[in-house]
Design a protein around this ligand. Structure first.
Ligand code: ADP
Ligand code: MG
Length: 911
């Protein structure tokens, strides 16, 4: 088979109705399929629309055109459902100077109105952009509504030119980026939610591998689904039993009276792929695999069966899932008790954690909308569930306990959007530091100690807690109380002075402000009370007095939240004047959030019901209450921040970068560090200011290069740096010589390299000496959970010692460009507050912008380390850069595709 164009890749993706199709470049082997698509798959009318006047030969011509010997300038992509080619989109370069390509589309009649054309177009836009095509052009018949609609919906600007019953459509590919991106996003979200419906709202369910054996997983789940009152038909499949629990069992999925939407598999690992295939053949739409211990082969076969037959998959090694919607009532898990219906969406990786979390929520009184134990996450991930909850109309709080969330970039993007509507809380298990430590360069190592995972979660809008306890404590507050104002100033009230001081300390340490309170409040309280913050009411306070105080504090403009910390007193016990009455006999819903700390409470957190029917979270410990408040404040701050647009693309040469990266990875399939020349080209493509760098292979060339640089009017001095593949830190091993003034210096330095590095030495680079300035480090690293991060810090020799860095999730926003600089401890040096002149901040921003775009476009970029970037009042220049590439799935934010888990084996490689 001839090689397809490199910018065309194979992917599985979801159609609008949630069906999975495979997208593949078309080649000679597909001739028959293309012929069938155009001949049998399309009516005469469709063909007329497609080819303007039916020609008997049109299908054959199409097949020849797309599947004949491959020609440069033709990109052809097919969409396959199993073995059937259901649609095709192609473009062919028409006009070289304007980079215009003629576009053609065909979708089998049976597959109309399911988003096949749009999906194909999105992928073709991606490939065409990478191939440097700037316009699509298509001639359509005036009456071809369907095609016009496809273009109208695509999200890219469309220009129409009418002439003689035809409409010429012209689509510029490099305009209207943000709009196109949101259109793609929106389609992706809808398709994802549609595909999850069979899983989370199935109309019928089969349990495969249900057995009569007491305590068997399948038998337990079957019984739970039945007892949970599942609304639809439920079937048991077991070839060895005729009936289970008094109900008829069927020997196979194909023997069932109807096709179930969802099949829950509790069969031995070896049988999973076969059963999955059987389910797929039968038309099942979703699988939950409870079985654990699948080998790589079985894993690969399971995933392929799911993709081939368009089934979404939870697990393997899942504890199951639950849907509490009264219209569904599905309790398909073998963990704890059926969660009570409510508004919290819960997803966990490990079953044990799931049981613990569910029982804590149930005990507390927080109901669940849906619960999913994701297990080994071969397909459905945290990302999918976030989108489901965002759209299900029932969920207002998402709780996640996952080691990773799915495709990292998709996660960062989805989380940032979803958290604008619902709070998302997670336990940060901090597992990914090891992953980052594995990377070698400064930037990579730099990101580890100073950039906390908590900060990254915060950027994604997610509330990260350190334990399940903290998660539940925060959830209790989010669920029951309003958010504080973003300032988050807390009034602490207690009936015992010492306890109040401890609570105030806890708030201050959590980062909450404690404002001064008006002295007039003292009039509401017993003699001896103090109304500094913390307020000490004294033990003599009555419920009535406390009630008045709470009302006054609620109205106090300086107060954004109230923490009431109470100890039982002998006085209160004797008189029945327990101050807790002031809380429970008052309203739970006030202008500001209220939390109680009750020191005699036996459990970490519980709800206290109040007079208005609402609830107050009561904690046994002030530290837990303060942490919960700080999480609420952080969320309030984030919501108050206006969204900031991603940085705009300056003139970058994406095509040059793409072909450079593809070329390198073709030559080095295992990945590695780019050589100096390619590195320079890659930087140039993104407008990153690398100093003039001349590559030389011997002493004579080095001298000539140095002379040349001097001739260009550079400073008389040059730097010479030895190069060999895989080098790490050059100056530490004597591979950098700076300030070389004469030919003799250059000669001597080169000879020294030859002596020192011997056969290892491949060559050297010669650079002009940059004028001195402030040395910064800038770069990109990949995070296992969040995807690419852009890092900025103090560079040069001080890098390690001072560890002054900030990191942000890519893509950066305009605001990030500003705050990255201001958050550095060394910011005053950049702003020139310490005597020197301010550096060229616009140049720093442009370095960050270039890195953000590079990180976004080049998924293969494992790390980029620019150290130092020498910044001065008159500009910024990088004198040392290292870039490492690895073959990874191409990820384009414009591209919808399903994740391919590593578990599926290298043949089915990915993330
Ligand atoms: P490495 O980081 O691998 O040790 P560099 O190329 O960064 O090697 O060189 C080390 C230091 O030498 C830099 O941090 C910078 O201070 C100085 N240096 C290197 N090249 C130049 C140059 N072209 N102009 C000015 N200073 C340079
Ligand atoms: Mg360096």
């Amino acid at each position: 088979m001839t090689a397809a164009h490199p910018s065309l890749t194979t992917a599985e993706a979801l159609l609008a109705d949630g069906t999975t199709v495979e997208l593949r470049p078309l080649g000679p082997d597909d001739h028959r399929a293309v012929l069938d698509l155009h001949a049998a798959g399309m009516s005469e009318e469709s063909r007329r629309m497609r080819f303007f006047g039916v020609s008997r030969n049109a299908p054959a011509q199409a097949a020849d055109r797309l599947c004949g010997p491959s020609r440069t300038g033709v990109l052809a992509l097919g969409a396959w459902a199993g073995d059937e080619l259901v649609g095709e989109a192609d473009c062919e370069l028409l006009d070289e100077p304007s980079r215009t390509a003629e576009l053609a589309l065909a979708v089998a009649d049976r597959w109309h109105h399911r988003g096949v054309a749009t999906l194909l177009l999105e992928h073709l836009v991606h490939a065409a952009r990478a191939a440097g095509i700037r316009f699509f052009e298509a001639d359509t018949l005036y009456g071809n509504q369907a095609v016009h609609q496809v273009f109208a919906d695509l999200g890219l600007p469309v220009r129409r030119h009418h002439a003689q019953g035809e409409v010429r459509i012209r689509v510029p590919l490099d305009e209207g980026d943000e709009h196109y991106r949101s259109a793609v996003d929106e389609r992706g979200r809808r398709a994802d939610v549609a595909s999850l419906a069979a899983l989370l709202r199935p109309a019928s369910v089969a349990v495969v591998g249900a057995s009569r054996r007491e305590g068997s997983v399948g038998g337990t789940v079957l019984a739970k689904i039945r007892e949970g009152g599942f609304a639809g038909p439920l079937w048991a499949v077991n070839p060895h039993a005729r009936e289970i629990g008094g109900e008829r069992a069927y020997p196979s999925v194909s023997a069932l009276p109807a096709v179930p939407d969802l099949a829950v598999l509790a069969v031995p690992a070896g049988a999973v792929p076969g059963v999955a295939e059987e389910c797929g053949e039968a038309g099942v739409r979703a699988l939950v695999v409870l079985t654990s211990g699948l080998g790589p082969q079985e894993a690969g076969r399971l995933i392929r069966a799911c993709r081939r037959h368009s089934m979404r998959l939870v697990g393997p090694n899942s504890l199951g899932l639950a849907q509490t919607d009264p219209a569904v009532r599905l309790d398909a898990e073998f963990g704890g008790a059926f969660a009570r219906p409510g508004t919290a969406g819960v997803a966990v990786q490990s079953g044990g954690v799931g049981i613990a979390l569910l029982s804590r929520l149930t005990w507390l009184g927080i109901g669940v909308s849906s619960f999913v134990s994701l297990g080994d996450k071969y397909d459905v991930s945290g990302n999918d569930l976030l989108q489901w909850w965002e759209a299900d109309g029932r969920t207002d709080l998402a709780l996640l306990h996952l080691e990773s969330f799915g495709s990292p970039r998709a996660f960062a993007r989805t989380a940032r959007r979803v958290t604008r509507t619902i709070p998302v809380l997670t336990v940060d298990a901090g597992r990914s530091t090891a992953g980052r430590r594995a990377a070698a360069s400064h930037t990579a190592a730099a990101a580890t100690p100073t950039v906390t995972r908590e900060a990254l979660f915060r950027q994604a809008g997610i509330t990260a807690t350190r334990s399940i306890d903290e998660l539940v404590a925060a959830a209790a507050l989010f669920h029951a109380q309003p958010l504080p104002a973003p300032r988050g100033a807390v009034a602490v009230v207690s009936n015992a002075g010492g306890i109040g001081i401890l609570a105030a300390d806890a708030c201050a340490e959590a980062g909450l402000a404690l404002p001064e309170l008006p002295q007039g409040l003292a009039e509401l309280l017993p003699a001896g009370a103090s109304v500094r913050n913390p307020v000490d009411t004294t033990a003599a306070v009555t419920p009535v007095e406390l009630t008045h105080l709470l009302r006054a504090l609620e109205e106090e403009p300086a107060v954004d939240a109230i923490l009431v910390c109470l100890v039982p007193t002998a006085l209160g016990a004797a008189t029945g004047e327990d101050p807790v009455r002031a809380l429970v006999e008052g309203p739970a819903r006030r202008r500001v959030p209220v939390v109680a700390v009750l020191l005699d409470q036996q459990v970490p957190v519980r709800y206290r019901s109040c007079a208005d029917g609402g609830v107050l979270p009561a904690y046994s410990d002030a530290v837990a209450a303060a942490r919960a408040l700080v999480h609420a404040r952080d969320r309030a701050r984030r919501l108050a921040e206006p969204p900031s647009a991603p940085v705009a693309a300056p003139d970058c040469d994406r095509q040059a970068a793409r072909s450079l990266v593809d070329g390198y990875l073709t030559a080095h399939p295992g990945g590695g560090w780019l050589d100096p020349l390619s590195t320079a080209d890659l930087l140039a493509a993104y407008g990153l200011p690398l100093t003039t760098t001349v590559w030389v292979r011997d002493e004579q060339a080095a001298v000539a290069a140095a002379d040349g640089l001097r001739g260009l009017g550079h400073d008389a001095k040059v730097a010479l740096k030895a190069y060999w593949p895989g080098q790490v830190h050059k100056s530490a091993v004597g591979a950098v010589r700076t300030g070389l003034a004469t030919d003799a210096d250059v000669r001597e330095a080169y000879r020294e390299f030859t002596k020192r590095f011997g056969a290892e030495l491949v060559g050297a680079v010669v650079q002009p000496m940059a004028a001195p300035g402030l040395e910064l480090l800038a770069g990109v690293v990949q995070d296992r959970v969040f995807g690419p991060l852009v890092v900025l810090g103090l560079g040069g020799t001080a890098t390690e010692v001072l560890a002054d860095r900030v990191a942000r999730l890519a893509p950066l926003s305009e605001r990030d460009l500003t705050t990255m600089v201001t958050e550095l401890r060394s910011a005053p040096l950049l702003f020139g507050r310490h005597g020197g002149a301010a550096v060229d901040l616009a140049a720093v921003r442009s370095v960050l912008t270039g890195l953000s775009l590079l990180a976004e476009d080049v998924a293969e970029l494992v790390e980029a380390d620019l150290n130092p970037v020498i910044v001065r009042p008159d500009g910024a220049v990088c004198v040392d850069v290292r870039v490492r590439l690895e073959r990874r799935p191409s990820f384009d934010p414009y591209l919808r595709r399903l994740r391919r888990p590593a578990a599926a084996g290298p043949a089915f490689e990915e993330e």
